[in-house]
Ligand binder design. Structure first.
Ligand SMILES: [Zn+2]
Length: 422
């Protein structure tokens, strides 16, 4: 039997759209280590991102390997095939060792009646009240709960099983980290549903390392959480309790933990996440996606000259192509067109004005979340500029790297893993 690869207790998923910031991102993990906590870096990139940028998964692996080598990082690190499905996984097989198996589309698809009946019969002993660690609440499960949940999620878990076995056949069991994601859907999963989903995953024999449910509240791209923070904290604790129960009673890996697909920058839930992990002695994988690209723009704008000119030009183009850029992200962005400055206004902005509008410091008077969200989805414009954009990244490497590291460490790692207010 092969041993299953494990992710550390604390890990952070970072996106690096143009594969130029791996060193600066790793530097944030090195700072965390100096501050006393090991946070495993995971570089994630989805098929959609690769298509928009025109890149290959091997470029993520090369950038990660080179950064680790150059910076002398001796801890583990991973490359995540983010949100893959059976039709898209193959191009990731040689270069990734972390697979986020996305089955959100299969939620609600009917599973065979005998599979549903089998699940209900097999797990009839869950019927009743289940006590939970760290909580005075209980999960009340009836036969109807088992049946309804199986009808809603069993097909999705079976689909995850076939993708998992496809990857395992190619790479060998145990040689990669499997994650299952259900976050890209409209309705949040309740902690009771999460428990039953995990039971089904155990039945399916997937040695899952992380699970990404959809939490309640809105997780818009690149901006803060919108929702009830108190409710989130309660739900997050119950999800951890559900995992602990499934690990203890259904033989799932001890290292199993939640993966928070944050869409980046959910600052207001970071303190609740930290508190809950401390209280329940649990870890987390925090996936932060693509705001590193915004730090590149901030660095270019801060540099002035050609850098600032290019940042202004990217905004002007993004404004012209607003509808087309926003379409793929319609459900996860909230741009108020009235808040978007005109091209002429931005053309007159200084470095300080541009960076203040863009940098995610909500207390800054010039901060503009609509401006930020439009640029967040505007990376296609920079991708089209090709070498012109990449050359400016290289020319301004130092100033950009400083912004990338500072953003990742001060605004994400420190509040989530060290409990420091950002
Ligand atoms: Zn996700």
């Amino acid at each position: 039997m092969s041993t299953q690869k494990k992710l550390g207790r604390y890990s952070i998923g970072t996106g690096d759209r143009f594969a130029h910031q791996a060193k600066a991102q790793l530097q944030a993990c090195i700072q965390a280590l100096h501050a006393g906590v090991e946070v495993t870096p995971v570089w994630n990139k989805s098929n959609r991102e690769h298509r928009i940028i025109g890149s290959e998964p091997s470029s993520v692996r090369q950038a990660a390997d080179a950064a680790v080598q150059e910076m002398g990082w001796t801890g583990s690190y991973f490359c995540d095939a983010d949100h893959i499905t059976l039709p898209t996984v193959d191009r990731f097989l040689s270069s990734c060792d972390f697979y986020t198996i996305d089955v959100a589309d299969a939620i609600g698809k009917p599973a065979a009646a005998d599979a549903v009946n089998g699940f209900v019969d097999r797990h009839a002993n869950l019927i009743g009240d289940i006590g939970l660690i760290g909580s005075t609440e209980t999960f009340s499960i009836t036969e109807a709960t088992l049946r309804t949940t199986a009808k809603k999620y069993l097909a999705a878990v079976q689909q995850a099983g076939s993708v998992y076995r496809h990857i395992a056949a190619a790479k060998g069991e145990g040689s990669f980290l499997p994650e299952i994601s259900m976050d890209e859907t409209d309705v949040a999963q309740t902690p009771v549903e999460l428990l039953l989903i995990l039971v089904a995953i155990a039945d399916e024999g997937i040695p899952i390392q992380t699970i990404a449910p959809k939490f309640s509240g809105r997780f818009n791209k690149g901006v803060d959480y919108v929702g009830d923070v108190v409710q989130f904290e309660r739900e997050f604790g119950l999800d951890i309790a559900a995992i602990a129960y499934a690990v203890e009673h259904f033989g799932l890996p001890q290292s199993l933990k939640l993966s928070v697909h944050s869409g980046s920058d959910k600052f207001s839930i970071y303190a609740p996440i930290y508190r809950t992990m401390q209280r329940l002695d649990a870890g987390v994988h925090l996936k932060t996606a693509g705001t590193t690209w915004l730090e590149e723009l901030i660095g270019l704008a801060e540099a002035g000259g050609d850098g600032l000119a290019l940042a202004r030009e990217i905004y002007a183009e993004a404004l012209v192509h607003k509808d087309e850029l926003c379409a793929p992200y319609a459900t996860v962005i909230d741009i108020d067109p009235a808040q978007l400055p005109s091209v002429a206004t931005v053309a007159a902005w200084t470095s300080a004005q541009f960076t203040e509008a863009l940098r995610h410091v909500q207390s800054a008077p010039g901060y503009n979340s609509s401006f930020r969200q439009l640029l967040h989805v505007g990376f296609k414009i920079a991708a089209k500029m090709g070498d012109r954009y990449l050359r400016l990244l290289e020319d301004n490497e130092t100033i950009i790297a400083r912004n990338v590291t500072e953003n990742l460490f001060d605004r994400h790692i420190a509040p989530v893993f060290l409990g420091r207010a950002s």
